[in-house]
Design a protein around this ligand. Sequence first.
Ligand code: A3P
Length: 300
Amino acid sequence: HRFGFSQKEVEEAFETSARGGNAIKELFNPKPGDIFVCSFPKSGTTWLKALTFAIINRRGHDSSSNNPLLFKNPHECVFGLWVEHFDKIHQSGRVPLISTHAPYHSLPKSVLSLGSDHCKIVYICRDAKDTFVSTFFFVEKRRIKKDEAISLEQGFELFCQGKSWFGPIWDHILGYWKASLEQPNKVMFLKYEDIKKDSYFHVKKLAEFMGYSFSPQEEQAGIVQKIIDMCSFENLSGLEVNKIGKVVNPVNGYQVSSQDFFRKGKVGDWTNYLTPEMAERLDRIMEQKFRGSGLTFSTS
Ligand code: A3P
């Protein structure tokens, strides 16, 4: 049993990823300029998709009515990397963004071997305690068979054992962290908490990394702040499209209500759900796994 799925779902997911994962790894070729938006689930994917999309798409869409983010969920603006989508990913007119929750070493071989001039990767991660709490509520809210529900304590145990979506969270984070140290021009490593703290600095840095720097004129016109405001939790979660719509996974057909991607959008919500002992346990695991890597998280 893995945290987040029933046994049947786990089997189906493994089957799909074994089939699709191998094909993705072997066959997918990015186009020059493609940017991969990568994350461990519930770490801020929706936010990063909105920001990267808004950065690339900003010209001609800085005002209201013609901005796709106002009438589409961010997950419909940035395509996931599914085998079934290979032909659609590069269709003309699409922004060159491709998203995946795959661990670094499971990315397509081509993506791993090509240089930063061909494709780039932006990764977002988040304090594991908040990621856990966010996952727990996401899963429990969507669970159809209520008799398969697990308690927060059971979920926490599985999470601490590394039995979660896409493997242990620490391996996922470390994979991208190390890659960002080895190839800083190709892999950008972001923390949810840092973007919250200083959105302006990080959104500018993100745009620069992606090759879509803001010009002094754009800055003067307040475009950076407009993008930050448009992609904020408060704005996106309040949009009609994100309150009523559904996002359909093209592979397994699972539907997620758009509003389920938006819960609280806060740093440190774990304090409302985890005991000090639980928090200390997970912090200790993360510290131990990250030791020597140079990666730290503020544990407040
Ligand atoms: P919470 O459950 O803590 O509220 P993902 O997008 O990877 O699925 O992660 C979902 C988490 O990001 C949820 O966290 C959600 O509320 C939060 N989130 C969604 N959109 C956001 C935004 N625009 N800004 C900040 N956080 C956002």
